[in-house]
Design a protein around this ligand. Structure first.
Ligand SMILES: Nc1nc2c(ncn2[C@@H]2O[C@H](COP(=O)(O)O[C@H]3[C@@H](O)[C@H](n4cnc5c(=O)[nH]c(N)nc54)O[C@@H]3COP(=O)(O)O)[C@@H](O)[C@H]2O)c(=O)[nH]1
Length: 857
């Protein structure tokens, strides 16, 4: 039942003040009426006294006169005259005059003391505000009294004259008494009149006084009641204020808890749970829940709840569909208005009718639905329930709105945090994993490998580190593009991962280089793994329209024999892999101490080579190439020499591979080419017989995309016609990408530049390819030439090469010719040209020039 609103304390204060005024007015009225009664009584008393004085003075005069007549004592006549004088205002009225002059005189002898004032009795009677008729009666009495005075004076004169008898008779005769009676009758009438009138006046005033007293008492009672009620109201309001203060402080502690919840919560679910708990534990709610909108069904699903009666939510049906009853409740209304909905009387509100029966058991008296937004869109509702009607006053509403804003702020922060975490995870992923293959990257490798070695150390078990590098993978990238290369690497990573046991790892170091760390493997088991890897890697890859095959080189180092830390094992596996590469690739090798020395030497060479050009440690020598028909020098092969102060003279057989692997061959090769071209131009300019300058071109140089342009540029800049230059290529340039090699050769050929195949017979050139190569010369490798005088097989090979070349229309040149026997055999076989120590070692330019000059002569 609704309670009537209580008047506030200030209303009581006004009522009290008004009543107090009424009380004061009633009191004053009462005092005034009492004073009026007093005044009426005083008047009655005074009137009565004065009237009595008139009667008494008459009696006193009679007595004085009779006593004088009887005694003849003049004092009585004197007294008589004094009474007359006082009464008529000629003598001052004595002090304490109580009408009875006789009493004053006879008291103790002395004369009554005057009070200083002289006023006649009649004047006093007039001032006594007697009624006019009363004054008229008293004036008549005074007249009669004056007549009697005249009689008494006459009687006293007779006595003074000695006629006592007549004097006495005059004071006792019937006329005397008749006059006396005429005096007394009006005085009596006046006395009665005054008595009656003043009593009436007193009685009337007493009525007023009673009324005033009644009003005073009544208003007093009312005032007391009002003060009492005001006090109760004041107490109630004070209590309310205290309760409100406590409630507000509770609400603020709920808000503070909410803020703490926001700070402490790490997830949306945790935050929702804390908020519901805080609004119940600190905000005075019986139960609270948070529901989230299911976007598909438009229904509300309970995310979290706290408080008593949470079972209510078990069967709760709430939706946003305004067409259904469960969509027209506080949540539905809140959703459609976008505002919080406060239901202050849950059991009687029409909007909660659908849930009355269900909610009755839980004693809900108020409920609210406050929308929760994320990025401005309503995602759910915060729904607190109270067991009190009108629970959501302004303070509570404000609190809940603020809590909701705080929740929304926290949601935004969670979103930001989620984005940040995703970014962090991405950064972490990028920092530790290879994006292309998903394998651990270099930094992760070091970390994981250290852990694996630690475990191996702890279990005193061996471990293997395998460094795997694809052979000629660059060719695939260069010829088919990086997309194809990337796809192949991704497929390769999957294959490699499939070879892993639990606890082992494979990482991509970058490019086509992979590292395996495997525990509990003996050397022979590691060999099996390496073979298996080579086998798996060698199976074909289908990338788009391409059917590709690759091979790999694997270097292996063993823990603890080859090293105790990751860095050492990596270095040693690298050295082993380097040896595989040098030995022709597509194989695996274990690290050995010799490899270590070679690797160290390799590193030393590469480091020194970096500065060889700028420190002018390089120079070119020239070896003559002679026609077997004419015996004349027809060409020169430019051969690079390097003398470094710390290393001495280093053979190109040693430093060229190092320059190729480090990429230094590109600037160095350019430099050699320019030197050789310049020299050829110089000799032409010097008038020496024209010759072809042969320059070795490594496969690395040959694969450079701008090679044809670069060569033409040097020729152009140095002013040498292209027909005077010959590029010596090894068979290897065409192994990986024959089509690309053919295209480059075509481009060089189109620019008029000659090409020869160096070291022919040692590589894998197929004849079908050879036919397509725009080369004009084959250089028979000196390993075949060396023993042609004695080795029948070499003889047969050299003979076959010469015949094959001739059938293809190619010129042949034999290198490494040191003896006349070798020379003779080659001439017999119709080899076209020769080069070797038999004619000359490679010579510095001046010496070569001298040799050439001799030929001119
Ligand atoms: N890419 C480049 N490769 C170069 C360059 N300069 C040299 N090289 C290559 O280095 C390898 C070793 O060369 P080098 O030590 O200069 O040896 C050459 C000759 O000195 C040697 N030769 C010549 N005649 C004889 C002989 O009668 N006996 C004998 N024992 N050796 C002889 O043969 C090498 C020439 O080889 P080739 O080039 O195959 O004709 C070597 O592979 C060079 O190619 C360079 O500038 N760039």
């Amino acid at each position: 039942m609704k309670s009537l609103p209580q008047p506030r304390f200030t209303s009581y204060l006004w009522a009290c003040s008004a009543t107090l005024l009424l009380v004061a007015a009633a009191f004053m009225f009462y005092v005034w009426t009492e004073k009026r009664i007093d005044r009426a009584n005083e008047l009655r008393y005074a009137s009565h006294n004065l009237v009595e004085e008139l009667r008494q003075s008459s009696d006193d005069l009679s007595r004085m006169a009779r006593t004088y007549v009887a005694t003849g004592d003049p004092q009585y006549r004197k007294n008589y005259q004094e009474i007359i004088d006082i009464r008529d205002g000629r003598a001052a009225r004595p002090q304490d005059y109580e009408n009875v002059y006789w009493d004053l005189v006879l008291a103790n002898g002395p004369r009554p003391r005057a009070n200083g004032g002289t006023v006649s009795l009649m004047q006093l009677l007039r001032e006594a505000r007697l009624a006019p008729d009363e004054l008229a009666l008293l004036a008549a009495a005074k007249n009669e009294s004056d007549k009697l005075v005249a009689v008494e004076l006459a009687a006293m004169d007779l006595r003074a004259g000695g006629d006592t008898e007549r004097a006495t008779a005059m004071l006792h005769d019937a006329a005397y008494h008749q006059t006396k009676a005429y005096i007394m009758r009006p005085i009596g009438e006046v006395n009665e009149n005054v008595e009656r009138r003043t009593r009436l006046q007193v009685e009337e005033t007493a009525l007023d006084a009673n009324l005033a007293r009644a009003i005073f008492m009544l208003s007093g009672v009312v005032l007391v009641m009002l003060v009492w009620r005001a006090k109760r109201r004041l107490d109630a309001e004070r209590l309310q204020a205290v309760e409100r203060t406590q409630r507000i402080s509770r609400l603020y502690s709920a808000l503070s808890q909410c803020n703490q919840a926001i700070v402490r919560s790490h997830s949306e679910a945790e935050l929702f749970e804390r908020i519901c708990r805080d609004v119940v534990d600190y905000g005075g709610m019986a139960m609270a829940w948070i529901g989230l909108i299911d976007r598909d069904t438009k229904r509300i699903t309970v995310a979290t709840s706290h408080g008593v009666g949470m079972e209510y939510l078990d069967a709760l049906e709430v939706s946003l569909n305004a067409a259904s009853p469960e969509g027209r409740g506080p949540i539905g209304l809140s959703y459609h208005s976008g505002q919080p909905y406060w239901c202050q009387d849950y059991q009687h509100a029409p909007e909660t009718a659908h849930w009355h029966t269900h909610g009755e058991r839980y004693g809900w008296a108020s409920s609210a639905a406050i929308p929760l937004r994320r990025d401005g869109e309503i995602i759910g509702f915060f729904a607190p329930y109270s067991s009190a009607i009108n629970a959501f006053d302004e303070d509570v509403r404000q609190l809940l709105k603020e809590m909701t804003l705080d929740i929304e702020f926290a949601l935004k922060n969670f979103d930001r945090e989620a984005v940040r975490q995703q970014a962090d995870q991405r950064v972490h992923y990028l920092a530790h994993y290879d994006v292309l293959t998903g394998l651990p990257n270099r930094s992760q490798l070091h970390q994981r490998a250290r852990q694996l070695l630690e475990q191996a150390r702890a279990s005193r078990a061996p471990a293997a580190l395998l460094m795997l590098d694809l052979d000629h993978f660059k060719d695939i990238n260069d010829s088919l593009g990086h997309t194809v290369g990337d796809a192949l690497l991704a497929e390769l990573a999957l294959r490699l991962s499939s070879c892993l046991r639990d606890g082992d790892m494979v990482a991509r170091l970058g490019g086509d280089e992979f590292i395996f760390v495997m525990r509990n493997l003996s050397s022979s088991e590691t060999s099996d793994v390496a073979r298996k890897l080579l086998d798996i890697i060698g199976q074909s890859y289908t990338v788009g329209p391409h059917d590709l095959r690759v091979s790999a080189s694997i270097g292996i180092s063993m823990y603890p024999d080859d090293g105790h830390d990751v860095e050492t094992l990596l270095q040693r596996a690298d050295a082993a892999m380097y040896q595989v590469k040098r030995a022709g690739r597509h194989d695996f090798r274990f690290f050995t101490a010799a490899m270590q020395q070679r690797a160290a030497r390799h590193l030393q060479l590469v480091n020194a080579l970096r500065y060889a050009l700028e420190r002018q440690q390089l120079h070119v020598v020239y070896q003559p190439q002679v026609s077997l028909k004419t015996g004349r020098i027809v060409g020169a092969e430019a051969l690079l020499r390097w003398t470094a102060p710390e290393l001495g003279a280093v053979s190109p057989a040693e430093f060229i591979p190092a320059a190729e692997e480090s990429g230094l061959i590109i600037p160095i090769g350019d430099w050699v080419l320019r030197q050789a071209v310049r020299q050829a131009r110089q000799w032409l300019d010097d008038g020496l017989p024209p010759l072809v300058m042969a320059v070795n071109l490594s496969a690395v140089q040959f694969r450079a995309a701008d090679l044809p342009h670069q060569v033409s540029q040097i020729l152009y800049e140095e002013g040498l016609p292209p027909e005077y230059l010959e590029l010596e290529l090894t068979e290897g340039v065409a192994v990986q990408d024959p089509q690309g090699a053919i295209a480059t050769m075509n481009a060089l050929h189109d620019r008029g530049i000659r090409m020869s195949i160096d070291d022919f017979g040692t590589g894998f050139s197929s004849l079908s390819h050879l036919k397509k190569f725009k080369v004009y010369k084959l250089k028979i490798d000196q390993s075949f030439v060396r023993d042609i005088s004695t080795d029948a097989e070499d003889k047969a090979i050299v003979s076959a090469i010469i015949n094959m070349a001739r059938s293809l229309g190619l010129t042949t040149i034999a290198e490494g010719v040191e003896t006349v026997e070798q020379l003779e055999f080659l001439r017999e076989q119709l080899c076209d040209e020769m080069q070797g120590y038999h004619i000359s070692k490679p010579l510095p330019p001046q010496e070569f020039e001298a040799l050439l000059s001799k030929q001119r002569d």
